[in-house]
Write a protein that binds this ligand. Structure first.
Ligand SMILES: [Zn+2]
Length: 73
């Protein structure tokens, strides 16, 4: 039934993880389908390969933008 809802009304994505300021991972609140922003800014299926790419990007992004959690004011 939940998948039928998605096919009728479209997926309802909510952000599951912020990778960089431009790239986020989303999952559908109804069926759990996972997608991510790709390099060209479109949503594409979150494959294991895409997850690995995102983890790499996240590491680079966090190194460039402050030192992480212990620098919180
Ligand atoms: Zn869905």
């Amino acid at each position: 039934m939940k998948k039928l809802f998605c096919s009728l009304f479209g997926h309802h994505y909510s952000v599951s993880k912020k990778v960089t300021s431009h790239i986020k991972e989303y999952s559908c609140v109804h069926c759990g389908k996972q997608v991510t922003t790709d390099a060209s800014g479109n949503l594409s299926l979150l494959t294991p390969e895409m997850k690995e790419i995102n983890e790499t990007l996240e590491n680079i992004y966090q190194k460039r933008h402050g030192q992480g959690s212990h620098q919180l004011a």
